[in-house]
Ligand binder design. Structure first.
Ligand code: G3P
Length: 217
């Protein structure tokens, strides 16, 4: 499973990228605002750090305007995936931008039928939002499962990019189901390393060796 990092914070992206943890980046208008940066300049900087797909989202809502914005974003770098919302206009923009050779990530997906439409419009990625479904007492992970079944049934090439990933268990479930990609905030990716038995075991090993006074260096 590929790991995308869901942030526009350049330092955090660079740190995780240096460890080989970043196969791509996703941003959205809220994350751009949170970074305090200009969308064009921060997106360009992210693309200079990461070689995998970097999603940059349009802010227009009408197809022609989305296409114009998408072309501008897509020209920032070869690894831009233009992000469009899963509306009828967004699907039109997806088809047009794909025909023009841009990668497209269709976002704000909350149903398997929406994902089916995005795949038929040629989306490179579909972004189902797991956490936001869980927030309203629906089963976000069931949506990932349904989309996996449907895409496999028909051989759609659109990659399932599980988004709105909030917990380590979300990550594990995505990997079990076979999501192609999961995107999570840096803190969630870092917390995958945590285990209390690792901490406990390490403390015991260090206490034992300390008693002998032995040093490796
Ligand atoms: O990038 C979109 C998505 O990952 C947002 O997550 O936590 O704001 O629902 P969240």
């Amino acid at each position: 499973m590929k790991f995308f990092v869901d942030t526009a914070e350049v330092e955090q992206i660079a740190e995780l990228n240096a460890l080989g943890m970043v196969d791509g980046v996703t941003t959205n208008p809220s994350l751009i605002v949170k970074s305090g940066r200009d969308i064009i300049s921060v997106t360009r900087e992210i693309c200079s750090i990461v070689s995998g797909p970097v999603s940059a989202e349009v802010t227009a809502t009408e197809a022609e305007a989305m296409i114009a914005e998408g072309r501008k974003l897509g020209e920032i770098a070869d690894n831009i995936a233009v992000k469009v919302p899963l509306t009828w206009d967004g699907l039109k923009a997806c088809k047009s931008l794909r025909d023009a050779g841009f990668m497209v990530n269709v976002t704000l997906c909350f149903s398997a039928n929406q994902a089916l439409l995005a795949a038929k419009a040629g989306a490179s990625f579909i972004s189902p939002f797991v956490g936001r479904l869980d927030d309203i007492n629906l089963d976000g992970m069931a949506l990932i499962e349904d989309i996996r079944i449907i895409f496999d049934n028909y051989g759609f090439q659109t990659e399932i990019l599980a988004a709105s990933i909030r917990t380590v268990n979300h990550v594990l479930d995505c990997a079990r189901i076979g999501a192609d990609v999961m995107t999570a905030p840096p803190a969630v990716i870092r917390s995958l390393a945590n285990h209390p038995l690792t901490d406990k075991g390490l403390a015991a090993f260090l206490a034992d060796i300390e008693k002998t006074g032995q040093k490796i260096l």
